[in-house]
Design a protein around this ligand. Sequence first.
Ligand code: XMP
Length: 512
Amino acid sequence: MRSGDEVIVLDFGSQYGQLIARRVREAGVYCEILPSSASWDEVSARKARGIILSGGPASVYKQGAPNCDPRFFRQADIPVLGICYGMQLMAKEMGGDVRPGVAREYGKAALHVAEKDGLLAGVDEGTQVWMSHGDLVEEPPPGFRALALTDNTPVAAMAAADRPFYALQFHPEVEHTPQGRQILDNFIFRVCGLEPTWTPASFIEETVAATAAQVGEEKAICALSGGVDSAVAAALVSRAIGDRLTCIFVDHGLMRHREAEEVTAAFRRQGFTLRAVDASDRFLSLLAGVVEPEQKRRIIGREFIRVFEEEAAKVGEARFLVQGTLYPDVIESGPGQAAVIKSHHNVGGLPEDLAFTLVEPLRELFKDEVRRVGLELGLPPELVWRQPFPGPGLAIRIIGEVTPEAVDRLRQADRIVREEIGGAGLNQEIWQYFAVLLGNTRSVGVMGDERTYGHTVVLRAVTSSDGMTADWARIPHPVLESISNRVINEVSGVNRVAYDITSKPPGTIEWE
Ligand code: XMP
């Protein structure tokens, strides 16, 4: 945890809380999210330079609506920016007139700017802003003035005269507010007086020093999955402690075409001390006859830990275990979790009761920051931009039993899908694209003059920004056509290609 040149977001349950923090960090200023229950003492002890009160789904009038320590309004001597719910709370607490909304205002509005300096410096008259609120501030609290309005909102932005308190009724953090970045920058730089010092290079310098101090003269081990998180975590730790870090790569035999070789070669080129173990036979024999998705995940997860522990024992006397935990995992692992749809076993995600002390150098980072740090550390772009690949690998993309033939078939089909979509230059805009093999159904076809009775390959390709929701990608027909032709001609035993046009929800990205 850092303290000093940072902004704190107090989260009132907004769907945009993380987005606010990301925007602040994109401006080069460190930002953390705390629950709205955090006390003023806690925040002021961190010597934060600014506070943002997030939006939230509630009405300030609803019973049990989230509140915060009233001292944020009475005692705060640092800049505070309320956004949406945060604004209504500020207005209510400071004696303003908040009108319970009759209907929710939701969507785009044109902002009429009354005061063109300070928070709204450089913001154009009539600029589009994104509204999403029920309650409305009718009259600013005593000592506050309106900075802007919209046709439906008499106080769309306000400021206090004698304290650095500001508020916005609209959401500056979303794309639908094109000048929102300018407004947040004004808050961060003009109002809080911060400097853009949070960069990948400064993060690397501080984290390498902190890791060196944590590990001292001891040894550490790290499970590499081939994904960007574990690779960046390992690269940081290896900068800190050199060859006292041993990386372990367990090949479960469920990676994509040539992936295990490529990943190990890339890690060796990075100069990591690497133990690569081919355990595919062990995994495949345990998976024989298993068709249920969660059972596949459990088997793979358990066996992974076994193999990892065996390899770790060979390294000897390592006290530390490096993990690529990210900031969203840290904030989301609080209580009150949603229903488990999939257990999301993550290879590399080891249970915490292993006899190691954890080193988690990425705990403060969002995914896009991990990528920037990876590039700055000199990791190859293919690795840094690798699309997400589930820990249980191809096992959960084979519907039915995971046999060596099915794995081989899916690997070939998946290679073709990746070659065609990558070759068409679509890989940047599509979040994940892969093949799924329907290993337990067959359909009739005709090839030449022969009847065929073969398996179906399904193409799954989705756009998404975080994997939580997704839409099916609109791939141009000629690309679909060559995928279909090539899969049927080149992959034996497959006679049909289908395209999955289900969004998430109601579908999930993976089929299992
Ligand atoms: P779903 O299928 O739930 O996937 O829409 C969302 C994201 O999570 C990945 N995924 C997994 N990742 N272990 C993982 O490490 C798993 O068991 C697992 N299942 C799904 C999926 O690829 C997508 O990016």
